[in-house]
Design a protein around this ligand. Structure first.
Ligand SMILES: *[C@@H]1O[C@H](CO)[C@@H](O)[C@H](O)[C@H]1NC(C)=O
Ligand SMILES: *[C@@H]1O[C@H](CO)[C@@H](O)[C@H](O)[C@H]1NC(C)=O
Ligand SMILES: *[C@@H]1O[C@H](CO)[C@@H](O)[C@H](O)[C@H]1NC(C)=O
Ligand SMILES: *[C@@H]1O[C@H](CO)[C@@H](O)[C@H](O)[C@H]1NC(C)=O
Length: 500
């Protein structure tokens, strides 16, 4: 009975909307008057006048399908009340309001014609003066004297979620018209525009890209999507969401994949949708985010905002999976595993769209850092083979001529170090400069509950060498142990004298 299946799904997604609200600290709306009403619209499209131009919004497939069971028409431009505020260094406290319906306000606005335009769009239940938008705008203007346009569509970002999903289609058309006006009547090159959107604001930016292309033949150079919203966008037609055809370069930062109260969907999208899709820390749990999914969903904004200052690198490495990245299998920033900075400095790579890139971040500001690959080589002498491996947690202390690392624990749980094997791992720390010494200790997590750890002999490791490689430099520091037998609790210090 497929019909009942679809209705059930609609009910589930309505519940999801309410859950989304509760989790974001808002009051749930009245239960939608009638699911059936909105589920089966009796019109095929809804048309609104957008700055004098009639624009119609289809309410049929693919705008409605199993992944988008509830279809609504966008509200009227008057109800949404979109505003565009222009900030420059000179007009940081008193932004100018751009009203594309009144071309004079656009043409006479104090923008800097030959400087970039950064266009920031907020998401669901948010607004243009929210603190993260102010901070991002501030960082952009600190970095360079340019134009920052803030899109405020808060009147359309209200519950229910399905209505906000509909409204971004209209706001995207409005934004496209503004950009077209600046291009057509103020000679601002289309190559000046860079759209940055969070959550629903990311898909809004995608809609603007579609309108610019289809209505005006203009190709946006870049859209940056900060944890684009997943509900109603996963597994849907590309026209309904942001995708890599919406700009010449679409970079996406994914930071949340936590299920919403038992639903499989998360606030942030898991599927790759851009040219480059960055998954810091695997794109799910973010270090230092005890606040759960809302913290994670906002972390993409924080990473981007911090990237503007470039206090340290946020280098993503192209890799099929996070596990392979962590295991050091995608390394070198070469043709096979190219790298790109995440955030403001990101640029497209000669790779297929939907390329996934991975990186680690710190658990607090500054989140960026330097990646190193550490390889622990276990001895393959007869003695090592006779000993038959060992469970251990290895700790490292790296000292370079620039800085020293904090203590590094190579595995969270005890790891089995077997004769003749190499264990690789990618870690994040400060810029060490040229590596001078490394201190190596290991603990033996013996336990009466772990039969494997019942041993008569003293725990010992048979390590042969440790290699440390900084990401993106063709350098490897490989230091060998003088004696290939180590005891728990002792620190072995290796220096360049031990190079091998
Ligand atoms: C720009 O800022 C100046 C002062 O900083 C202010 O007088 C002016 O009105 C602002 N321009 C607009 C269009 O708001
Ligand atoms: C929704 O539409 C898209 C694009 O037409 C299609 O790929 C997808 O499978 C559909 N989703 C479902 C769940 O039917
Ligand atoms: C998203 O869509 C994909 C199909 O493209 C599907 O495999 C996956 O389970 C969906 N994710 C969620 C969370 O529903
Ligand atoms: C370890 O030594 C054994 C015996 O000499 C050999 O068969 C094996 O290939 C070696 N393993 C490695 C990884 O070198």
């Amino acid at each position: 009975m497929p019909a009942i299946g679809a209705v059930q799904e609609a009910v589930l997604l309505h519940l999801l909307n309410i859950n989304l609200l509760m989790d974001l600290g808002a009051h749930p709306p009245e239960m939608a008057a009638s699911i059936a009403d909105s589920f089966a619209p009796n019109v095929e499209e809804e048309c609104w006048k957008i700055y004098g131009q009639t624009t119609c919004f289809s309410l049929t497939s693919p705008w409605v399908n199993a992944s988008r069971p509830v279809i609504r028409a966008p509200k009227s431009p008057g109800e949404i009340g979109t505003t565009f505020k222009l900030f420059t260094r000179l007009n940081d406290t008193f932004p100018a309001t751009l009203d594309p319906g009144n071309l004079g306000t656009v043409l006479s606005a104090p923008f800097i014609p030959d400087r970039p335009f950064k266009v920031i769009s907020h998401g669901y239940l948010s607004y243009g003066t929210v603190s993260w938008v102010k901070m991002m705008k501030g960082e952009l203007l600190r970095a360079s004297d340019q134009n920052v346009i803030v899109v405020d569509w808060s009147g359309g970002a209200q519950p229910p979620y399905t209505q906000a999903v509909a409204n971004i289609r209209l706001v995207g058309a409005q934004l496209a018209y503004l950009i077209y006006s600046l291009n057509r009547f103020a000679d601002v090159p289309i190559s000046s525009f860079h759209l940055i959107g969070h959550s629903l604001g990311a898909h809004l930016s995608g809609h603007a890209g579609t309108y610019l292309r289809e209505s005006y033949g203009l190709y946006l150079p870049r859209i940056t999507a900060l944890d684009p919203a997943e509900p109603y966008f996963n597994d849907t037609h590309t026209i309904t969401r942001l995708d890599h055809s919406d700009a010449l370069f679409v970079d996406v930062i994914h930071t949340d994949d936590s299920p919403i109260l038992g639903f499989p969907l998360s606030l942030g999208m898991t599927q790759p949708i851009g040219h480059l899709d960055f998954y810091p820390n695997g794109g799910g749990e973010q270090p230092g985010c005890s606040g759960g999914m809302k913290c994670q969903h906002h972390r993409a904004i924080t990473y981007f905002t911090e990237s503007i200052r470039q206090s340290c690198p946020m280098t993503g490495v192209a890799c099929p999976s996070y596990q392979e990245f962590m295991d050091g299998e995608c390394w070198g920033c070469d043709q096979e595993h190219p790298c790109s900075p995440m955030g403001l400095e990101s640029t497209n790579l000669p790779v297929q769209p939907l390329t996934k890139l991975f990186l680690h971040t710190r658990d607090r500001s500054p989140y960026c850092g330097y990646h190193y690959r550490v390889s622990v080589e276990v001895s393959n002498t007869t003695q090592a083979r006779d000993h038959d491996g060992e469970f251990a947690i290895i700790h490292l202390r790296l000292v370079g001529n620039k800085d020293k690392s904090r203590p590094i624990q190579l595995s969270e749980k005890s790891h089995y170090y077997e004769a003749g094997t190499v264990h690789r791992q990618v870690i994040l720390t400060h810029d060490l400069g040229h590596l001078e010494t490394m201190g190596v200790t290991f603990e033996y997590p013996g336990s009466m509950f772990n039969i494997m750890s019942w041993r008569l002999k003293r725990p010992r490791l048979h390590l042969k060498s440790i290699t440390v490689e900084p990401l993106g430099h063709n350098i490897a520091w490989r230091y060998c142990f003088k004696n290939e037998v180590q005891q728990a609790g002792m620190e072995y210090v290796l220096s360049s004298k031990n190079s091998c």
